[in-house]
Design a binder for this molecule. Structure first.
Ligand code: PHE
Length: 364
């Protein structure tokens, strides 16, 4: 019996060590330790034995079971590691290959520029204010000291809604200036806001679209002067165009809601025949581009908002966001901004992941 068991053990272990696939090892395990396996059969013979017999015959059978179990585990592990070595040797991943690009949207230049502007003005202590695009005549014109006879009020310039009996005259706002009024009427000064958004005018050619984007700025405080306006615009334009050599030219102008009013030009110079913002516009290869309308808030506007103009003064400015985007990023047809052509967006759009702006970092 003893010799039978040691012969059985030697034979099983030899078979296990010779097995060359995990399936072959498994077949041997079932043959030895499975429900009808040889070792299982031997273990079953222990049950009916007398305690004395069991004491003699039990240990070699248990030893057989343990040795075979251990041999199977060892062989399985050896085969698995050999299989892994073989795979490692045959498979390779080229980490230098580019990843498959997943389709990715892009940030529209207008959204990009609006984010850049919000960031620049946030650094100067301005917060962002908004107002409705469907405005009433009072906020868009009357409170801004725009008289009934002003050409901007004409039907051919402004999109009006049909007049309804007993209702205010409604229109698509023609500029972001009504946000000045809404802010002054709801926020106690001091005020420092910018108001970016869509505006609408009855206009369409290569440099005008019926809808475009403006950004308004408004500061109301005590003792505000034209000097503050000039410094703010200069600081903003330097940050926006990322150049220190921005030269401004302030020209007297007229807006009903500012007095005095100034139009602001920025100097450009030619580089390889291209206009580049920066440098003295009066230089031989230079010129001036109008970028902003601005001025000191008219006291009549401050009064319409219920504030005392002897106590509170301020400045306001407005500029076209689309135009700023065209100047900074070298696009020349405004209409392409709103055509929704994916090829154009791919070319001029910004990656939400690459560009460290609000739209990239925080989600617009
Ligand atoms: N609202 C003016 C426009 O649309 C711009 C402007 C804003 C001018 C604020 C002066 C002050 O042309």
């Amino acid at each position: 019996m003893m010799t039978d068991i040691s012969a059985l053990k030697a034979g099983l272990i030899a078979d296990i060590d010779a097995a060359d696939t995990p399936d072959a090892v498994e077949a041997l395990r079932v043959g030895a330790l499975g429900k009808n396996g040889v070792i299982t059969g031997l273990l079953k013979t222990l049950g009916p034995m007398s305690p004395q017999e069991r004491l003699e015959q039990g240990p070699p059978i248990q030893d057989l079971r343990e040795s075979v179990t251990a041999a199977i585990a060892a062989r399985k592990a050896a085969l698995e590691s050999a299989a892994l070595d073989a795979r490692l040797a045959s498979e390779k991943i080229d980490m230098t290959l580019p990843a498959d690009p997943a389709p990715q949207g892009s940030v529209h230049p207008v959204a990009q520029v609006m984010d850049e502007l919000a960031e620049i003005f946030a650094d100067l202590g301005f917060s962002v204010a908004t107002g409705p695009e469907i405005e009433d005549d009072w906020h868009n014109f009357t409170a801004l000291n725009i008289p009934e006879t002003h050409p901007a009020r004409a039907m051919h310039d402004t999109f009006y809604f049909p007049d309804a009996e007993g209702q205010k005259r409604m229109l698509l706002r023609t500029h972001t200036s009504p946000v000045q009024i809404r802010t002054m009427m709801t926020t106690p000064p001091p005020i420092r806001i910018i108001a970016p958004g869509r505006v609408y005018r009855s206009d369409s050619d290569a440099t005008h679209t019926p809808m475009f984007h403006q950004i308004e700025g408004l500061v109301i405080d005590k003792g505000i002067t034209l000097g503050h306006l000039k410094w703010t615009l200069e600081t903003f334009l330097k940050a926006f165009f990322e150049r220190e050599d921005i030269v401004l030219r302030l020209r007297p102008s007229y807006f009903p809601f500012t007095e005095p009013s100034v139009e602001v030009d920025v100097g450009y110079t030619l580089a390889n025949g291209q206009r580049v913002i920066g440098g003295d516009g009066d230089a031989p290869d230079g010129g001036w581009l109008e970028v902003l309308g601005s001025g000191m808030v008219n006291r009549r506007v401050i009064e319409s908002c219920g504030l005392n103009p002897d106590e509170w003064q301020g400045f306001a400015f407005g500029t076209g966001v689309d135009r700023l985007a065209m100047l900074k990023y070298g696009m020349n047809d405004l209409r392409a901004f709103f055509d929704g052509d994916l090829r154009w967006l791919k070319h001029y759009g910004f990656s939400a992941l690459d560009v460290p702006t609000l739209s990239g970092g925080v989600g617009a």
